[in-house]
Write a protein that binds this ligand. Structure first.
Ligand SMILES: [Zn+2]
Ligand SMILES: [Zn+2]
Length: 200
């Protein structure tokens, strides 16, 4: 994915998503102060639901201008990016690392690998012009005919098969996001590893 094309897509998405963003902005303001980080184990009593950015069955965190879905798999951690309005986005030029804090052990920092040309079981495909058009298999956008792209992600390889739920905190920091919030950080608690490619 070339940066020039990404920038064009991003502004088009921002445009198309404008009314949704405006509606969500009020919602965000209210739940931002209450919960900076809301994993799937702690559904919000107030604020909007995060169904639109749980495409991979992961845990959702909201930062100032982004949503991130974190998926703990047996083979590592995957982070998917969404807009403030919960539209699927490509990972683009973003990079970063995850600091793993085990309950009874040392911390470990793992740099993320960017998977822009993802081809994995469980991939989600969407139209960069119409990010509401989401499918579980490759194809064309029903609205504009453009080829759907796999939602790329950041990946950190770590064996989580023997880690007990609740005994690991993953502090994730991501740079190169551009826009209103070029750098974002959030923390998720490990709640058990999913087999990769499994959907809820
Ligand atoms: Zn949110
Ligand atoms: Zn489209």
């Amino acid at each position: 994915m070339k940066l020039g094309r990404l920038a064009v897509c991003a502004s088009a998405i921002a445009c198309l998503a404008f009314s949704a963003s405006a509606a969500l902005a009020a919602d965000h303001a209210s739940h931002q102060s209450a919960t900076q980080d809301h994993g799937s184990a702690a559904p919000e009593a107030k604020g909007h639901s995060h169904e639109a950015c749980e495409l991979h069955g992961g845990q959702v965190a909201m930062t100032k201008a982004h949503h991130f879905e974190t998926v703990f798999g047996e083979d590592g951690i995957r982070v998917y990016r969404y807009s403030a309005a919960q539209k699927a986005e490509l990972i683009g030029g973003a990079a970063g690392s995850v600091t793993l804090k085990f309950k009874d052990g040392p911390s470990r920092v793992i740099p993320f690998v960017s998977r822009n040309a993802a081809a994995e079981a469980g991939d989600i495909y969407f139209c960069t012009m119409h990010p509401d058009q989401v499918k579980r298999e490759p194809g064309a956008c029903p609205l504009c005919g453009m080829k759907l792209v796999a939602q790329s992600h950041l990946y950190a390889a770590v064996d989580l098969r023997k880690v007990e739920p609740g005994t690991l905190k993953a502090s994730i920091s991501i740079k190169g996001l551009g826009g209103d919030e070029p750098e974002a950080a959030f923390t998720e608690t490990f709640q058990g590893a999913a087999h990769h490619g499994e959907h809820h």
